[in-house]
Design a binder for this molecule. Structure first.
Ligand code: PEP
Ligand code: MG
Length: 854
């Protein structure tokens, strides 16, 4: 039957019901009807109808009620376009009145009928009439007076009798649900889940299938064919006799398992036929709806009714397994399976996570800088983290911010949290590289580094040795030990990755500084190393002292002596990297940070240094002060060091060439790439190139071995992007360092932006943190200018980005469109980048919020 009102639609196989007009639930119910599943009679109200209801224009109620016959008993559920956007809670048993109560008493027993009526009066009073729930507090729970007392309480509060007319009840329910959708909280909640400001709500009015009665088995439950946490096949859910809706899922010892289970009785044993039918329905849904669905059902006198079906909620790991299994079973094609998983989910599944079902005792939060979760004892210095590791204890390293001298502590810790910093600050970058959970900018947690204490906003004080859990995926610091779920790199993950290769049409390299990083990069099939930050190699205790001697050397000859000691160490580093990468390209960035980062900042460190160098403390202090800068990020660093202290780059170039010869001796031929950081002028490149070429010629002469290499430029200053046309003729490649480029384009310190970034994003000043999501308008324009001018001057120029944006789907889309050759990101994000790139090729217009996990 087709209703007169186009906005009220009786769901049938052919009725005009669409997700965009009636919502996902209504559409799904129509699909179930098309599969001939036993769905109770359902009417869908469109977004337009519900909007009218909210504004006081009710649909023709007689027409709406007509399909349900005399004395109907109904339920209303929300049907938003995307089920994740939520909606008001379902209201059940609409139509309960004195007459229905009498009828049901005969049918299902007095007690059950009474409980139903009473519970409806309560729901109606609290959720529809918005009365105070306390009014039902002291009423008798059962017996005939329980009902009369509930009706009396309603009368007293409203000065009206409880409505007996199903139409009146239904109108009031519809109105209250339609208006609830417009409430501020509901709007903010759904917008946080990606709903547009004008998202509509549909409603479905469905005949109740009671789940109560005494003529055969009656009850309700939910069933799904896979585990929500692993995605592995397992019939999951619960069933509860004499229950409705999702009562079976509440903690109730009477709830049954569905399939036979050694932990307790099951529906399969109690009602084998109904069980078998349900499994059959779920399998049919999987095949025909092409998705794992959770089915809500009732059994009424032995007969199964399917009330609703929702996409199974799923962890990241389950999302991958479900998509792969659907493709392997021929339900969906591979390209669709690839598009069903949010690339970010891969990053999550590669790290331990806080169990989503665990209770969280939140101490404070900050910026989620590196995913994963870990529990450990608080330590307040890198040395303490190392000592904890030596004792076999997991530690959480707490720092105001980290610097290069913390790297060894970071290696030893299970997670890191800092008071300051942003998504591209030191702790964040190193954390992601190491796969170490990290939360930065935890400014709400008072950091007292002297007393080694943290103070939570609620007054709790934590001291060194206390146990906390760092949730780097969600940016939370939790008290005590929280249950974690293990990282998974299972066969489903491997299949998905190998399928992604077939579609990926942009190169994916990894940023890897150490052999351990390079191993991870290779394991994830990175096509090379796009950025090796060499300075991280100097923080080993043995090397740091030599490095400091080099910094303190007065004359170039003394400096060379120190560098001669560093040379074999660097050569060994590079040889190992080349060997691990087995002939794949390795791009080594010449020394970048300001020298003073290698010097101690406290008195004890200065004294130690004075001892090591046999210099008076006052000398050392003076030299350290002389090296300090007002604004080191814009000071003597990168190529500026290469120009003013050329011996450092010369040593590094020599180490790279000698390692090239070494690694090519017994492995695949190596073609190293050498990258000059922080360039802003053509002349810088010319000068460094002349010196590097001279070192190459010297090494060739000395060894009698030939090799090739590529010299390129890291575009991190706006000027380098603007002048790419004159820089490119001297560079085989341009790699955009979008961390510094973002910092310099906005004039925004990447280490301090965390302090106000969330206020900026909340107030809509910036749509996103530009250190996290590439600013395609401003920074992007510089990238385009650099790429175009560079390529015009040198058509074979290789273009890439190697800032932290390299692993983001949005940045990859940008780089792909701009014709970049590759992106480079931290090793754990290589799978993310690869899947994102594959998706862009499969569906270039895939909306960014097309994926859902639980
Ligand atoms: C960059 O600036 O984008 C970059 C990759 O270099 P770093 O983060 O080491 O400054
Ligand atoms: Mg940089």
């Amino acid at each position: 039957m087709q209703h007169q009102d186009p906005y009220i639609t009786l769901i049938s196989e052919t009725a005009p019901v669409a997700t965009s007009t009636h919502g996902g639930r209504a559409k799904c119910l129509q699909r179930l009807v098309r599969l001939s599943l036993p769905v109770p009679q359902t009417v869908a109200l469109s977004f337009k109808a519900v909007n009218d209801i909210a504004e006081g224009r009710l649909p023709p109620m007689a027409e709406l009620l007509e399909p349900f016959g005399e004395n109907p008993l109904l339920c209303v559920r929300p049907s938003s376009e995307d089920p994740d956007w939520g909606g008001p809670s379902a209201v059940l048993n609409i139509g309960m009145n004195d007459a229905t109560h009498a009828r049901l008493s005969a049918q299902i027993g007095e007690t059950a009928a009474l409980a139903l009526y009473k519970s409806f009066i309560r729901t109606y009073s609290v959720h529809v009439e918005r009365l105070d729930p306390d009014m039902f507090e002291d009423l008798p729970a059962s017996g005939p007076e329980a009902l009369s007392e509930a009706l009396r309480a309603y009368r007293e509060e409203t000065e009206e009798e409880f409505p007996q007319d199903a139409g009146v009840q239904l109108s009031a329910v519809l109105k209250s649900m339609a208006r609830a959708w417009r409430g501020t909280t509901a709007r903010l909640l759904r917008q946080a889940k990606g709903a547009p400001a004008d998202a509509g709500l549909g409603l479905v009015v469905q005949e109740m299938a009671l789940g109560l009665g005494n003529e055969g088995e009656c009850g309700s439950g939910v069933m799904q064919l896979v585990s929500s946490s692993t995605g592995l096949p397992r019939i999951t859910g619960r069933y509860l006799s004499q229950s409705q809706h999702r009562e079976a899922l509440r903690e109730d010892s009477r709830s049954l398992y569905l399939a036979r289970d050694e932990r307790g009785p099951s529906l399969e044993e109690l009602e084998p036929e109904a069980y078998a039918r349900l499994v059959e329905y779920c399998e049919l849904m999987r095949f025909r709806l092409r998705e794992e669905m959770q089915t809500e059902f009732t059994i009424e006198n032995g007969n199964v009714h399917v009330l609703d079906a929702l996409r199974v909620s799923r962890s990241s790991r389950a999302a991958v397994r479900i998509a792969v299994a659907l493709a392997e079973d021929g339900v969906i094609p591979r390209d669709e399976a690839l598009c069903r998983v949010d690339p970010r989910a891969l990053n999550e599944m590669l790290h331990r996570q806080v169990d989503p079902s665990a209770e969280r005792d939140l101490l404070g939060s900050g910026i989620a800088a590196s995913p994963g979760a870990a529990t450990g004892r608080l330590v307040f210095s890198a040395a303490a983290a190392q000592a904890a590791k030596a004792r076999g204890e997991a530690s959480i390293l707490v720092r105001r911010e980290t610097g290069p001298e913390d790297i060894r502590g970071m290696h030893a810790a299970a997670a890191v949290m800092t008071e300051r910093g942003g998504i591209t600050s030191h702790a964040a970058v190193i954390g992601r590289g190491l796969g170490l959970p990290c939360v930065v900018s935890c400014s709400g947690l008072g950091f007292d580094m002297k007393l080694e204490r943290l103070k939570a906003a609620d007054g709790r004080v934590l001291k060194a040795g206390d146990i906390v859990t760092v949730d780097g995926t969600n940016g939370a610091i939790l008290a005590g030990e929280t249950p974690l779920i293990e990282a998974a790199r299972d066969d489903a993950f491997q299949s998905m990755m190998s399928w992604a290769w077939d579609y990926c049409d942009i190169g994916i390299r990894a940023n890897a500084d150490t052999p351990a990083d390079a191993e991870v990069a290779r394991r994830f099939d990175a096509q090379g190393i796009g950025l090796c930050r060499t300075e991280h190699m100097f923080f080993d205790p043995g090397r740091l002292t030599v490095m400091r001697e080099m910094i303190f050397a007065d004359a170039p000859a003394d400096r060379r002596t120190a560098l001669d000691r560093l040379l074999p160490m660097q050569r060994a580093d590079f040889t190992e990297l080349f060997r691990i990468m087995q002939g794949k390209p390795v791009c080594i960035r010449l020394f970048d940070p300001p020298l003073h980062e290698f010097l101690p900042s406290d008195r004890a460190g200065l004294r130690e240094l004075a001892e090591a160098l046999s210099l008076p403390l006052s000398d050392v202090t003076r030299r350290v002060e002389a090296l300090s800068e007002y604004n080191p990020m814009l000071g003597m660093r990168g190529v500026r060091l290469g120009i003013t202290v050329p011996e450092i780059y010369e040593m590094q170039a020599r180490a790279i060439f000698e390692a090239t010869i070494e690694a090519s001796r017994d492995g695949a031929p190596v073609v190293p790439e050498i990258m000059i950081p922080l360039v802003s002028a053509k002349r810088e490149v010319e000068m460094v190139k002349t010196r590097v070429d001279a070192v190459a010629a010297a090494v060739r002469n000395e060894t009698g071995k030939n090799f090739t290499y590529r010299l390129g430029v890291m575009v991190e200053t706006p000027r380098a992007a603007l002048r790419a046309g004159e820089i490119a003729p001297h560079a085989a490649f341009l790699s955009f360092g979008t961390n510094d480029l973002t910092q310099m384009t906005y004039g925004l310190s990447r280490d301090d932006a965390g302090k106000f970034m969330s206020a900026y994003v909340k107030q809509g000043v910036f749509p996103e943190d530009p250190f996290h999501t590439l600013d395609t308008d401003g920074v992007g324009e510089l990238l385009m200018i650099g790429a175009e001018r560079g390529r015009a001057a040198r058509p074979d120029l290789i273009l890439s980005i190697c800032g932290e944006h390299g692993g983001n789907a949005e940045s990859i889309a940008f780089c792909r469109d701009a014709g970049f050759d590759y992106v480079s990101c931290s090793p754990f994000r290589v799978p993310v980048a690869r899947l994102a790139a594959a998706q862009l090729r499969i569906r270039p217009t895939l909306p960014p919020r097309a994926f859902k996990t639980s």
